[in-house]
Design a protein around this ligand. Structure first.
Ligand SMILES: C[S@@+](CC[C@H](N)C(=O)[O-])C[C@H]1O[C@@H](n2cnc3c(N)ncnc32)[C@H](O)[C@@H]1O
Length: 236
C-alpha cells in the first residue's frame, strides 16, 4: 500500500448514505464490547488467523479486531467513515501500539473513506477484512467490486457477517424488518442480506464458509443471530 494511501476522506459517492451516526456509534461502542465478552471475540480471532503482509480493514468501528491481528501482518489500513467510531478506532490502534511496544510488528493507520470508494490503490493489499459491515453498506455490490480492485491477484478476502436466516419464517421476518424499521434503528443495517452468495457473485473464489449463531442461546428472537465466517480469494 506504501505511499499510495490517500489519507483524506473522499467525497461521498452517490448512495453511500449519511456518514455520521453519533447515537449509533455510542451505542455500538458499548454493546460490541459486551458481545466480545459474550463470545464474539473468538470469531474475530478465527476471522484473522493466518493473515500476513499488508491488510485493509473496512469499517473497523471502534477497532475491536485490531488486537487480534497476527504479528505477521506488517501494516493495516483501516477505512472508517463514521467520525465518532473513527476516533475510537484511532484510540484502539494507539492501545495496540502501546501494548505491543517494540515487539509489535503491525503499523495501524485509521483513515476516513467508504467501502464503495476506498482511498487505496489497485492491487495494493494482500488481504481485505470486514466484520459486521456488509450488512450496512448502502451498495454491497459496489463495496465488493472495490474489495476486488484493491486486492492483489490471489489476495484474501476475510468476512464475518450476520446474514439471512436459513429458516423460511425467520427470513420472512428479516425481510419485513429490512423494509421497515431495521435500517433506521441500526444506522443502515439490514438483517436479510445473503452476503455469502453476494461474495461469490462478485467473482471471488470461496475457499471456506462456516455458519454460526451469535448469541448462541436466544431467549428472544434476534434477527441478526445468523452469521457466516468466510475466506475468499480474488482469482490469481
Ligand atoms: C456494526 S459496525 C461493525 C464495526 C466493526 N467492524 C466490528 O466488527 O465491530 C458497522 C461498521 O460499518 C461501517 N460502515 C457503514 N457503512 C459503511 C460504508 N459504506 N463504508 C465503510 N464502512 C461502513 C460503520 O461506520 C461501522 O463502523
Amino acid at each position: 500500500m506504501g505511499e499510495e494511501v490517500v489519507t483524506q476522506t473522499p467525497p461521498s459517492p452517490a448512495g453511500s448514505g449519511r456518514r455520521a451516526h453519533p447515537w449509533f456509534a455510542k451505542y455500538y461502542s458499548r454493546v460490541s464490547v459486551a458481545m466480545d465478552r459474550g463470545g464474539l471475540a473468538q470469531y474475530r480471532r478465527r476471522l484473522l488467523e493466518g493473515l500476513s503482509g499488508e491488510v485493509a480493514e473496512i469499517g473497523p468501528g471502534n477497532g475491536l479486531n485490531f488486537r487480534h491481528y497476527p504479528v505477521e501482518v506488517t501494516r493495516l489500513v483501516a477505512v472508517e467513515p463514521e467520525p465518532t467510531l473513527r476516533a475510537k478506532a484511532r484510540q484502539a490502534a494507539d492501545e495496540v501500539a502501546r501494548s505491543t511496544g517494540s515487539s509489535g510488528n503491525i503499523k495501524i493507520e485509521v483513515i476516513g473513506g467508504v467501502a464503495e470508494r476506498m482511498p487505496l490503490a489497485d492491487a495494493s493489499c494482500d488481504a481485505v477484512v470486514v466484520s459486521l459491515v456488509l450488512c450496512s453498506v448502502p451498495d454491497q455490490q459496489a463495496a465488493l467490486d472495490e474489495v476486488r480492485r484493491v486486492l492483489r491477484p490471489g489476495g484474501e478476502f476475510r468476512f464475518m457477517e450476520h446474514v439471512r436466516s436459513q429458516g423460511r419464517a425467520a427470513a420472512w421476518g428479516q425481510r419485513v424488518l429490512d423494509a421497515t424499521v431495521w435500517p433506521l434503528l441500526g444506522a443502515g443495517c439490514h438483517c436479510s442480506r445473503e452476503t455469502g452468495a453476494a461474495v461469490s457473485a462478485a467473482g471471488f473464489e470461496i475457499s471456506a464458509l462456516s455458519r454460526f449463531r451469535f448469541p448462541p442461546r436466544l431467549y428472544l428472537p434476534d434477527p441478526t443471530a445468523s452469521h457466516v465466517l468466510g475466506l475468499a480469494r480474488k482469482p490469481a
